[in-house]
Ligand binder design. Structure first.
Ligand code: SAH
Length: 211
C-alpha cells in the first residue's frame, strides 16, 4: 500500500495500547495478551485493518493479530479499534520476515494473506509473501493443522503461489479464480483492496493451504 507518510504516525503507534510493543517478550505467551486460550489467527500485511477488525467482531471466540509494517497505514487500524470494544484484536508493527523470532512454534492457528504486494519482477520473487522462504516462516509458527488463506486479484501472483506453496511442501486444499461467484464465497469477509478491485471488475482469487 502506497501512502504518504502521516506526521506523528510512529508516535501514535508507539503509544497505542492496541499495538504489541517489544513482541519478542511474549514469545510462546501471546495468549496472556488476550487472557484466554482461544486460537490466535494473524493477518500479515493487513493495511488499514478492515478485514481483521470485521473478523474480530464476527468471531469473538478467536483472537486476532493484524501485522503491518508501515505505521502510517497501521494508524488507520488503530483508529478503527479505538471506536470498538474488541478484546480479541491487537496489532503488530513489523516486517513479516521477523515473525519466526516473535512467535513460538505452533503458536498460530491460521494466517491470512490478503492482496499482498505482487513484486512482479523475477528478481524480487523472494519478497512475495507466498514465496517458499516465507512459507518456511509460516511453517515454523503455525500449528500442525494450521492453514494459510490467501486472496488476491493479481493473477500472476496467484498462479505463482499455486506453485510456490506446494514447492514448500504444502498442499493446496481448495482454490478459485472467481471467489465471489464460487462456493468458497460463503462467510467471505471483504478486505479494503477486495472491495476496490472487485468494483473495477477484477475477479478475486483465493486459495487455502495446509500441510
Ligand atoms: N490486506 C489489506 C492491504 C493489502 S496491501 C487489504 O487486502 O486491503 C498490502 C499491505 O501489506 C500493505 O499495507 C503493505 O505495507 C503490507 N506489507 C507488505 N509486505 C509486508 C511485510 N513483509 N510485512 C508486513 N507488512 C507488509
Amino acid at each position: 500500500m502506497r501512502l504518504r507518510h502521516i506526521p506523528g504516525a510512529e508516535e501514535a503507534v508507539a503509544e497505542s495500547p492496541y499495538v504489541i510493543k517489544e513482541p519478542q517478550r511474549f514469545r510462546g505467551q501471546f495468549k496472556n495478551i488476550f487472557g484466554n486460550d482461544n486460537p490466535i489467527e494473524i493477518e500479515i500485511g493487513m493495511g488499514k485493518g478492515k478485514f481483521v477488525t470485521q473478523m474480530a467482531e464476527k468471531y469473538p471466540e478467536i483472537n486476532f493479530i493484524g501485522a503491518e509494517r508501515y505505521p502510517s497505514v497501521l494508524l488507520y487500524a488503530i483508529r478503527k479499534r479505538e471506536q470498538k470494544e474488541l478484546p480479541n484484536l491487537f496489532f503488530l508493527c513489523l516486517d513479516a520476515k521477523k515473525l519466526a523470532d516473535i512467535f513460538a512454534p505452533e503458536e498460530i492457528a491460521k494466517i491470512y494473506l490478503n492482496f499482498s504486494d505482487p513484486w512482479p519482477k523475477d528478481r524480487h520473487a523472494k519478497r512475495r509473501l507466498t514465496s517458499p522462504d516465507f512459507i518456511k516462516v509460516y511453517d515454523w509458527i503455525l500449528k500442525k493443522d494450521g492453514v494459510i488463506e490467501f486472496k488476491t486479484d493479481n493473477r500472476e501472483l496467484f498462479d505463482y503461489s499455486l506453485n510456490s506453496i506446494p514447492q514448500a511442501g504444502w498442499k493446496i486444499d481448495a482454490f478459485t479464480k472467481d471467489l465471489h461467484h464460487s462456493d468458497m464465497a460463503a462467510d467471505n469477509v471483504m478486505t479494503e483492496y477486495e472491495i476496490k478491485f472487485s468494483a473495477l471488475g477484477n475477479p478475486i482469487c483465493k486459495l487455502i493451504a495446509s500441510r
